[in-house]
Design a protein around this ligand. Structure first.
Ligand code: FES
Ligand code: FES
Length: 229
């Protein structure tokens, strides 16, 4: 199973509140970081030995993130990923770090209702956008229907991938409702695609479960969507 090359729900968009100057500062810091201590002379000697091993000074940025309906004023290194900002700066540990390379989906959150791998985007790019993590899906003690379905259908074992699976499921159903096709959608002319099990598996293929709870995850999503088995 392969995830669509660039699923509509997994795209990042730049923040309207981020100034061009701040963005240039962040970009410059990121571009410079891997060069320090890495460049070598033809002879193999290190160029700029004085700077070798010296960490570039972080560009600290002030911003306010909107997560689960709450404002989080932050001062963070501009290179901080959204996932690290959530976990380390906002103490929201529900979003998990599996690979940190966009391969597993454990870090999936919703940004303005669209799913995104939070390890692949910078926090600074999402200032002002509405971010929803697994902690924000329930309403107090009332679980989100997808959370309840994962319990009902036993859609997890160790649970490490589960927050990402649930956030991705919620974003995925919104994509289907909006009529977005997937790689396996047969009829591209119709309204909303029919949510077959193949559609569910394809659309969720970016979320890996090492416990292989896939059949139960599909059953949970099918139930919430109202699709027939
Ligand atoms: Fe983000 Fe694996 S931790 S995709
Ligand atoms: Fe263990 Fe998915 S439940 S990785």
């Amino acid at each position: 199973m392969t995830k669509p090359a660039s699923p509509p729900g997994k795209q990042a968009s730049s923040s309207p509140g981020l100034s061009r100057r701040a963005m240039v500062q962040v970009s410059t810091a990121i571009a410079a970081a891997p060069l320090v201590g890495c460049a070598t002379e033809p002879t193999g000697g290190t160029v700029g030995a004085a700077s070798a091993g010296v960490e570039p000074a972080p560009v600290m940025l002030r911003m306010t993130m909107q997560v689960n309906g709450q404002a989080y004023p932050l001062t963070i290194d501009g290179r901080t990923s959204l996932l690290d900002a959530l976990r380390e700066n906002m103490n929201l540990k529900g979003s998990k770090k599996g690979c940190d390379h966009g391969q597993c989906g454990a870090c999936t959150v919703l940004v303005d209702g669209r799913r995104i791998n939070s390890c692949l985007t910078l926090a600074v790019m999402h200032e002002g956008q509405a971010i929803t993590t697994i902690e924000g899906l329930s309403k107090g003690d009332a679980l989100h229907p997808m959370q309840a379905a994962f319990i009902k259908y036993d859609g997890f074992q160790c649970g490490y991938c589960t927050p990402g699976q649930i956030c991705s499921s919620v974003g995925m159903l919104a994509e289907v409702k909006a009529g977005m096709p997937s790689h396996v959608t047969q009829n591209l002319q119709g309204a909303a695609p029919t949510l077959t099990d193949d559609e569910i598996r394809e659309r969720m293929s970016g979320n890996i479960c090492r416990c292989s709870a896939y059949p139960n995850i599909v059953a949970a999503i099918r139930d919430v969507s109202g699709a027939a088995a």
